[in-house]
Write a protein that binds this ligand. Structure first.
Ligand code: PGA
Ligand code: ZN
Length: 435
């Protein structure tokens, strides 16, 4: 047992230039852990809240109250606890704030503190974080298959296009390094195409190219062209993954694609997405329907769940109860795992374990507002989650997570790269023909 001696919160700044919460947890033996809370822009309605000060200063984004909560009640509750008892530390914070969305303490205060405890326990055990996670949760560590954004849209690009993430996956790669190489080629091929068309207009929040398109489908067509220009056969080694983030443009079964001035109901959304699945080598779709459209998600899964991965993000907000409900309804077959949606490591791991128990896929994910914190790279490896999503292939708050996987791979062994295994139940895994 090693007691927590000190908990200290400080204000640092994220990739969008907004303030955020960093927490140091110091143990009685002087070892320490540190973590930084990320921040989402397309947030689920039921996720742990980001406690912000409001008012006019810093556009209302100040974290003074969240820091007061770290340095006050959270520190008082954690000091004296055993750093190795993650469940105990997280339960102590939940006792202070039993609200489902961490409205009292703020999810930014709790997630920074919870992750800092995890880091401190790893330091105390003398292990790298990924190894500590694997041992603590009795999981087999592995190097994950990345999902990497090429075009960023939705809330990450001032809604220039409606769909949020146009990504690639490289399940045919034999190593994580090969994924990085192929991604470099596809990313810059996409930039070349945009440049030649006079459409290169910078990058979106997560480093993907700004989506200067006239329709959502044009982004998909251009992505296929970019894969082709990079010398790859689309659907072979490289495939497409989408985050529709439909909650951003749909409520109560009514969807509006603003770019195309198109209004659709759930059935029309299902038909449009089904057409895309037939026309393009798409292997994974996140939040295809709005978070309140449970019947839509279930119907989507009934129709397409045997050929593509269907991920719940805004819909499931890394919540164990919502995962159980969705599994009961046959909606989704994979979970996006964002620790700050849950608010603590223990709650996020509970949701992950539920997904695992239902034989779902799991994708550990960053937020659109990120920092130099690399906890999620370790979490993805340590839990053996199989997949990792951290945005695009530019900007250091993204690259630091990919690069951390390369360092972990040096310790863990390149042969633990999962390759296409997480997509075994999709058309790609069943024989590599899109239909
Ligand atoms: P967010 O979006 O971090 O802006 O909420 C990321 C995602 O939807 O996966
Ligand atoms: Zn999402």
């Amino acid at each position: 047992m090693t007691e927590i001696r000190e908990v200290k919160g400080r204000r640092v700044w994220d990739s969008r230039g907004n303030p955020t919460v960093e927490v140091d947890v110091v143990l009685e033996n002087g070892l320490r852990g540190r973590a930084i809370a990320p921040a989402g822009a397309s947030r689920g309605l039921r996720e742990a809240i980001d406690l912000r000060d409001g008012g006019t200063a810093l556009s209302g984004m100040g974290v003074g109250q969240a820091l007061d909560n770290v340095n006050g009640p959270i520190a008082a509750a954690l000091i004296g606890l055993d750093a190795e008892d993650q469940v105990g530390a997280d339960a102590a914070m939940r006792a202070l704030d039993p609200s489902p969305m961490k409205e009292v303490l703020g999810g930014n205060a709790t997630v920074g503190s919870s992750l800092a405890v995890l880091h401190a326990a790893a330091a105390d055990a003398g292990k790298p974080l990924w190894r500590h996670i694997a041992d603590h949760y009795a999981q087999t560590p592995s190097i994950p298959l990345p999902e990497i954004q090429i075009f960023g849209g939705g809330a990450h690009a001032s809604r220039r296009v409606d769909i949020q993430d146009f990504m690639i996956m490289v399940p045919g790669a034999r190593s994580f390094d090969e994924v990085m190489e192929v991604t470099n080629e596809v990313y810059f091929a996409a930039g070349d195409i945009m440049g030649r068309r006079g459409r290169l207009a910078g990058i979106a929040d997560e480093g993907g190219w700004w989506p200067e398109f006239t329709s959502n489908e044009e982004a998909l067509e251009t992505l296929v062209e970019a894969i082709d220009l990079a010398g790859e056969r689309p659907g072979d080694r490289v495939v497409i993954s989408l985050d529709i983030a439909a909650s951003e443009f749909g409520r109560n079964g009514a969807y509006r694609l603003a770019l195309e001035e198109r209004d659709m109901d759930t059935g029309q959304m299902l038909d449009m997405l089904g057409r895309w699945l037939d026309a393009y080598p798409i292997v994974s779709v996140e939040d295809p329907l709005g978070e309140d459209d449970v019947e839509g998600a279930a119907e989507f899964t009934r129709r397409f769940g045997d050929r593509v991965q269907i991920i719940g993000d805004d819909y499931l907000v890394t919540n164990v109860d919502l995962v159980e409900q969705a599994a009961g309804k046959g909606a989704c077959n994979a979970l996006l795992v964002k620790v700050n949606q849950a608010g603590t490591v223990s709650e996020a791991v509970d949701a992950f374990a539920a997904a695992q128990a239902h034989s779902w896929g799991a994708v550990v994910s960053a937020r659109s507002g990120e920092t130099e914190d690399v906890s999620i790279s370790h979490l993805s490896v340590g839990l053996g989650a199989g997949q990792l999503k951290v945005g695009s292939f530019q900007r250091s708050e993204r690259m630091v997570k990919w690069n951390e996987c390369l360092r972990i791979q040096d310790e863990l062994g390149a042969d633990t790269f999962v390759g296409g295994a997480p997509l075994a139940k999709t058309w790609w895994g069943k024989g590599r023909e899109p239909k």
